[in-house]
Ligand binder design. Sequence first.
Ligand SMILES: NC(=O)c1ccc[n+]([C@@H]2O[C@H](COP(=O)([O-])OP(=O)(O)OC[C@H]3O[C@@H](n4cnc5c(N)ncnc54)[C@H](O)[C@@H]3O)[C@@H](O)[C@H]2O)c1
Length: 440
Amino acid sequence: MRVGIIGSGYVGLVTAACLADSGNHVTAVDSDPRKIEALRSGHCPFFEPGLAELVSSNVAAHRLRFTIDIAEAVQGARVAFLAVGTPPKPDGAADLSFIESAAVGVARALTGPCVVVDKSTVPVGTGARLEKLIAANTEHPCPVVSNPEFLKEGTALNDFFRPDRVVIGAEDQEAGDVVAELHEPFVRNNKPILRMSRAAAELTKYAANAYLATRISFINEIAEICERLDVNINEVRRGMGSDARIGHHFMYPGLGYGGSCFPKDVQALASFGRAAEADCNLLEAVHRRNLAQRENMVRCIRGRLGENLSGKRLAVWGLAFKPETDDVREAPALTIIEALLEAGAEVAVHDPRAMESARAIFGRRLEYHIDPYDALPNADALLIMTEWMEFRSPDFDRIRAALKQPLIFDGRNLYSIKTIARYGFEYHSMGRPPVERVGT
Ligand SMILES: NC(=O)c1ccc[n+]([C@@H]2O[C@H](COP(=O)([O-])OP(=O)(O)OC[C@H]3O[C@@H](n4cnc5c(N)ncnc54)[C@H](O)[C@@H]3O)[C@@H](O)[C@H]2O)c1
């Protein structure tokens, strides 16, 4: 099938590469010429495991190409995917200006009938509005189908090739069938293609993200109660999660969720829920708890090292909002580092992938180290912000020798209390009693 993809970011590029890999002829467009230039010269504009290889093999097979001209992407396409950003406005509502302008761009470029598929996360009713907007700008029939994307950064290819489910929300059944046909190669393992109304598909995406965010905020709230009552959250977490009705997923206390989806989607859902006069207290509390995690970490560090951190040096391991990505959008590390800098601290950082993304934000205000151990000398403490695999079994003797004092603040609970005590660290983690330093 000939497919056009509007937006070549995380979702657009992954969709383009995976659909090309299953035999379709895909043209992806982006309004950022630097992104297209990078893709054309064989560079992936962001890190996602396996994606650069998948893009280059499909470009070489002439099934995938990139353009800055929307007409080139859309002409002759049976399906056009909208995969542009829907960032939050200052009040938390989704900013739909990018998707509306992409929809108008598609409509004006059409040379025949086309199914427009919305992969971006959009409030209920957006598909219906886009359909009207498109109809006002073209004579060609152009139904809009909602096909929300559930991929996770870091495992995006596996998520696209082996989804738990594919959600297709269509008012026009034939248009829905075309979208289902495109996804059939990826559900041969009996995973369902779920057909529903367009509005239900739009809401499904928000509800799924908000539910996962709620689990994270829930366990974080329980973790704070644990800290105050001197209880170990891990014991409680395991006790709870072993209940088959509850399970262990998304029940790890930490600095809270970040990234380009959960924070904005929880707020956008609350915003359009409130606009529909629904009571959204739970969603608002989930968001507030998420911010509190970051504030609590800063409070804990300043409580231990002093309100004024000038003259203090801190080493930070982890900047990305989660492992296996270079994405720092809404990453807890950014907020925490900003607060530490404001309090006067000097901050030396390491991240296996996200250093350039962080440099684009902090510039020379941080010290960047390619080797994590180079960030440690003379630091007053080590802070763990992202649960990268390579931080999980570090050389504790080397950390201890390099730091000014053996002090770790662990925002991801990477280490067992027993191990850390054996190495003689003072250790502050999330929802577990602090470990006092023993020995010299
Ligand atoms: N990143 C994720 O993990 C993820 C997962 C599921 C759903 N989503 C949703 O998918 C959507 C896209 O997210 P993303 O992370 O891929 O965003 P992104 O910012 O990485 O990519 C969006 C791209 O669209 C381009 N763009 C904007 N307007 C355009 C236009 N008119 N024409 C052509 N290109 C245009 C931008 O330049 C950018 O490259 C959002 O609604 C997001 O909520 C994201």
